[in-house]
Write a new protein. Structure first.
Length: 244
């Protein structure tokens, strides 16, 4: 059933987000060379950069998402490919001028120890002086109360299915933030299925990540920002240079 596919729900909840794409385009143009997209999903960022002529290698822990990215790149004849691997134990044997972790990838690694493993792995995949750009989102850093409106559902229609996902709760759990999403799938025959999916994000500040990266040997450069939109919180992109 299409509604059971992880790649489809990934597209429902992530594919429409475009507020950060100008920043990734700018960094890729500035740095040149190949780009490593860690937590690439179905290719939201990788395919965008590849469409601008950048060679992109994507990495994701979910093989279904990796397959979809590869299929889409081949269909469009784009210079992007993807492999299944964990960011915390990455050993690809490749080095890149730019490595990006978009959206909240760095907040899905299991806390400080997971981030430390990721940072160590990234040092082996960056050219000397290469840039590691990591997006961090704070779900509580939303619009002012007077501007906050109930979120609209993320929607996708595919093969006769209509899928929607709406964030319904955000809970502070101390060292993590839990986000509940109400998912609905309507089949071509009109049958409705519903579930609540919970995404848990590690709580880490940009300053905290920069301190961890300094310990790992990176040089901190000025952070960039992605402003909030009507439907998405903003994010801070921590920018780190590998040792030369």
């Amino acid at each position: 059933m299409i509604a059971a596919r992880a790649a489809v729900w990934h597209d429902v909840e992530c594919a429409s987000y475009r507020a950060d794409l100008p920043l990734w385009r700018t960094l890729a143009d500035e740095r040149g060379g190949t780009v490593l997209d860690v937590g690439c999903g179905t290719g939201r960022v990788a395919l965008e950069l590849a469409s601008r002529g950048h060679d992109v290698l994507g990495v994701d822990a979910d093989p279904d998402l990796v397959q979809v990215l590869g299929d889409r790149a081949r269909e469009r004849s784009l210079p992007a490919r993807a492999v299944t691997a964990d960011a915390r134990s990455l050993r690809l044997g490749t080095r890149h001028n730019l490595v990006v972790l978009p959206m909240q990838v760095a907040q899905l690694l299991g806390g400080r120890s997971g981030r430390a493993s990721m940072l160590e792995a990234m040092t082996g995949h960056l050219e000397p002086g290469g840039l590691l750009a990591i997006a961090l989102a704070d779900p509580f850093d939303a619009l002012p109360a007077g501007e906050a409106l109930p979120p609209l559902p993320d929607l996708l229609e595919e093969d006769g299915w209509v899928l929607s996902s709406t964030p319904v709760a955000v809970r502070d759990e101390g060292d993590a933030v839990a986000i509940d999403r109400h998912r609905q799938a309507v089949s071509p025959a009109g049958a409705l299925t519903e579930e609540v999916a919970t995404i848990v994000l590690d709580s880490v500040t940009p300053a905290g990540l920069e301190a961890e990266a300094t310990t790992a040997g990176f040089r901190v450069t000025p952070a960039r920002s992605v402003p909030p939109t009507r439907d998405y919180v903003g994010s801070t992109v921590v920018c780190l240079e590998a040792p030369r």
